[in-house]
Every structure is written in C-alpha cells, then in structure tokens.
Design a protein around this ligand. Structure first.
Ligand code: SAM
Length: 369
C-alpha cells in the first residue's frame, strides 16, 4: 500500500485515549500529532545515564555518588536497538535527532551509532539532522571522529569561564580551559554551527553572564542562556534560584546594544537576539518564565529504552525495550511509539505554578537533557 498513512480517528483533548488505525508503518511517511495538535518532530536519545561532571543543578554529587544505582550494561539499548527505534520514529515524523545523556561522549563507540543515524532518511530521501549535546570534556579527542562519522551539529554546555566558579558548579576538578579546547577542536574539525549553552543559577554563576557574552562575541558561536529548570527531583530547585531570561537580557543590554531577531523556524525554543554592532547573536531559553509547551515537538528515549513525552514527566509513556527484545515487529513497535504520541497531553511548564502537577520527576541525566 504505497500511500499508507497513520490516520488518527480520534485525537481530541478529551480524557479518552485516542484510537487510531495504523497501516503498514514501514512505508508510512505520515505525521503523528498529539492531543494538542503538536507533531512528533524531534527525538532526544540518552545514550548513557553516567557523566564525568557533577553539576550541582543536574547530578549533585551528594546523590550521584558511587552508591547511585546507575544502569548496568545489559540494561542499555544497543546501537542496533537505538537505530531501529530511530528509524521508526523518522517514519512517524521525526526530523531531528539529538544524542545526549548523561555525557554522550562517555558511551564507547558513539561514532558507530552516529554513522548509523546519519544514514537515516525520510521517505522523500531527506537526511535527518543529527546533533549532540556534550560537556566537551572529551571533545578535544573526539571532535574529528564525530565529524567523520557524520555528526552535523554540536551544542556544548559551559556555565563559567572562571576556574573556581566552573569547578564549583560542575562539582569537578576540570578546568573550563578543557571545555574551551574541546570547542576549538570542534571548530578545527569543521563544525560550523556550534552553540554553547549556559545554565544560569542564582549565586552559582550569575556574575558570569556578561563575561561569557564578551567571550563568545565575534566567535561565530551562538551562546544561549538557559533558565535553571526544575528538572528531576534531586537538585533542590527553588523558584528563587531562577534568574528570569528578561533579567539576563537586561544585564547584557547594560553592556552591549542588542535587538531581537526572528526565530529560525516555528517552535524554536531559544529567543534570538543580535548584537547591533554585528558581533553575532545570543539566545535565551526561558522555559520557566515563558513556557513553550504549545510548540514542543520533542520525545525522549531513555538510556534503557523508555519513551518519555515530556522533560518533566514522572513516568514513561511506554517501555520499548521489552517488546524490542521479545521480538516485536516493526508494525508493533511503530504502533507503540505512535500511540504514545497520540495520547500525549503534556504541558508541564505551563501548569508548573498551578499546583496541578505533582510527583517525583525523572532525572534529566536518565531521560536526556
Ligand atoms: N552531559 C551533556 C552536557 O553537559 O551537555 C548532556 C546532558 S545535560 C543533562 C544537557 C543539558 O541540560 C546541559 O546543557 C545542562 O546544562 C542542562 N541542564 C541540566 N540540568 C538542568 C537544569 N536543572 N536546568 C537547566 N538546564 C539543565
């Protein structure tokens, strides 16, 4: 059946789970949309729940110590399993895949996975955009092999240029110079659209907003400031620790003239601002103070193969590893992914302050940041 499509019969915002008919998902290039009409477009894949940093807002050392129950090797999805699920997701509408974690460069042979994912195509023959988020500690040695494997884009996380501030924030002995040399290696390897993400947390690194902006001006690298989020349940998040994006912009504007510019595409999470003197652009991601759930098209695949439809979820929408390992067909797996998305009604960030959401949230290191 050449023109096979996923046809939602019922996908309203009622409480009844939508039913749907699925015809030959393998040949399907349909778009699956959730109960708020948001299509499935992005897949974030966590390839490990381990990290070589202990950022206080993500994997605080007091919790993520040597006794923490990290996943065991056999529990992790293999590269072949990830590729299979990624391919099915592409058939359901995914156009961007981001590898994350934990620290994705800790996953042995990650290049092999990138090679597989870089070969994925839509039914029209368009390649999928493959990106990776990393703390860059290992980027100095990995940049060239990542490029050779077919990785298109890299986002580096860096919260400070100050030795002491960086070490405290990252809960490590690593120097920010290591991260900067990782970025330089990526540039030498030919990565042109590099981004740097800086999480801003009160009393952690707020004094670094302007110095970071100054450092990345004229570099061709887009620095994006991220509001500290209540992701996971172990970081002791308090609203008081959030520096709202507006205040971040005010600090930068007190030093450099900036003007807002148009987003690159519908649903872009960062608000874009350009330096009026032509020194490049910055972004702010205001997921706490200006929630963007209405345009969220991201699903997350955990290290052990559970699908999450919201970063702030407290449970998976489906376990894909068990059926994978029990020999489920393409059709059955596709149906599980599609059905999870059709049922999706998540809008955590918009409800955050309403008291309507509760429960322990899944850690970001496990479902992928
Ligand atoms: N280890 C990789 C890295 O550092 O980029 C990838 C995983 S990390 C969880 C992905 C991103 O999430 C990083 O940029 C990190 O700073 C950000 N992040 C983690 N916890 C956060 C929080 N509570 N609020 C905002 N951003 C957070």
């Amino acid at each position: 059946m050449a023109n096979a499509k996923i046809i939602p019969i019922f996908a309203s915002s009622s409480d009844i789970a939508p039913d749907f008919r699925l015809i030959e998902p393998e040949s399907c290039n349909g778009i699956v949309s959730d109960r708020m009409q948001r299509p499935l477009r992005d897949l974030r894949i966590s390839v490990t729940d381990r990290c070589n940093l202990r950022c206080e807002y993500c994997m605080p050392r007091e919790v993520f110590d040597e006794n923490y129950p990290y996943l065991q090797r056999a529990e992790l999805l293999s590269f072949e399993e990830i590729e299979r699920l990624a391919r099915l997701s592409v058939q359901l509408g995914v156009r961007k895949i981001r590898l994350t974690g934990g620290e994705p460069l800790l996953r042995k042979g990650i290049e092999r996975l990138i090679e597989k994912l870089a070969r994925l195509e839509t039914a029209e023959g368009t390649r999928i955009d493959i990106a990776l988020t990393t703390n860059a500690v290992l980027l100095g040695v990995k940049a060239q092999s990542l490029k050779d494997a077919g990785l298109a884009r890299i986002t580096v996380s860096l919260d400070s240029l100050q030795e002491e501030t960086f070490r405290r924030a990252s809960g490590s002995d690593i120097s920010p110079k290591t991260v900067l040399s990782g970025i330089a290696a990526a540039q030498r390897a030919g990565f042109t659209s590099l981004k740097v993400n800086m999480v801003v947390k009160r009393e952690m690194n707020e004094e670094e907003i302007v110095p970071m902006a100054a450092h990345f001006r004229n570099s061709g690298i887009v620095l994006r400031f991220i509001e500290y989020m209540d992701a996971g349940s172990t970081n002791g998040w308090r609203m008081d620790d959030v520096i709202p994006a507006r205040q971040i912009l005010e600090r930068i504007a007190s030093r450099y003239e900036i003007r807002q510019i148009e987003s690159n595409y519908d649903g872009e999470v960062a608000e874009r601002w350009a330096y009026v003197d032509g020194a490049g652009e910055i972004g702010v991601i205001a997921s706490v103070t200006q929630a963007f759930c209405q345009s969220c098209t991201r699903a997350r695949l955990s290290t052990d193969g559970r699908l999450y439809t919201c970063l702030f979820a407290n449970h998976a929408s489906v376990d894909l590893r068990a059926p994978l390992r029990l020999g489920a067909s393409q059709m059955e797996l596709s149906r599980l992914i599609a059905n999870s998305w059709l049922r999706r009604n998540d809008q955590y960030s918009q409800l955050r302050h309403s008291g309507a959401v509760s429960g322990e949230k899944i850690e970001m290191s496990y479902i992928g940041g």
